[in-house]
Design a binder for this molecule. Sequence first.
Ligand code: RIB
Length: 309
Amino acid sequence: MRITVIGSLAMDQTAEMDVFPSDGQTVMGNAVRYSPGGKGNNQCVAAARLSGNVEMVGMIGSDANGRELRSLLRAEGIADRFVFSCDLPTGMAQIQVNGSGQNRICVVPSANHAFGFGDLDRADEAIRESGIVLLQMELRNDVTFEAVRRAKKYGKTVIFNPAPASGLPDELYPMIDYLTPNETELSVLTGLPAETPEQIAAAAAVLRKRGTGNVIVTCGARGVYADAENFCGFSEGFRVHAVDTVAAGDCFNGALAAGLSEGMSLADALRFANAAGALSVQRKGAVPSLPNRADVDSFLRAHARVEHI
Ligand code: RIB
């Protein structure tokens, strides 16, 4: 089953430092790296490395970063016929990573926000030919919401990663089969606290009541909480040493799409995606951190089941 990702492509500039600067402070960094990123691109590459039949839809600039991103898609075997080019610069993200592997990210969308309704029309075939459509919130919201409507109209499975989070129109929730916020995004979507397990469960239930098919909350090292059609509960994460959590959520979403596209049960797809995420946090960068299928399969073989939903 083909996975179509409609979303952002960006080049990441990452500075490593021991501690984040506070307002008005300058700190000395340890290293700077450039690597491909953008939540859409990351999720697309994650899915491609894990399953194979993947298409990207989005916008890049006619510049060196755009050319590098297109080369990456092709090298990963990702269909790029509806990755358009425009005169704006390719999107960029400035990322800070501290000594604990935590990150802060500022995305400058540039070309990503030039992707409009006409481009969605041109990419209609990609939506119709896919089984799963995976979206995030780094394109223009109005265009992203229209992409969800079209995917649902064509009867596709919609996975929606509300990142970076802003409000969703009420009419959208029933069109989403899998909504995948992290705790912060869950709080933004519901206006409720989402820190303790009880708070997360209560907030996820609110999103289910709005009509969402399944709500999957990614909780970092704690694993995921699912308020799903057939079960509710936590699936514990794998305990690993995290050096860089950039794109861990993207890796999870791409892996979830890959698992579901192969017909895995939701519980198995969540375990598969948790394993992929656990591998990604042990490596630096966004795209460079995304594991391949052999890595994930051998990680799963090496780790006894911690907890089954
Ligand atoms: O989720 C991580 C990604 O967010 C980075 O690659 C950066 O490009 C931003 O989009």
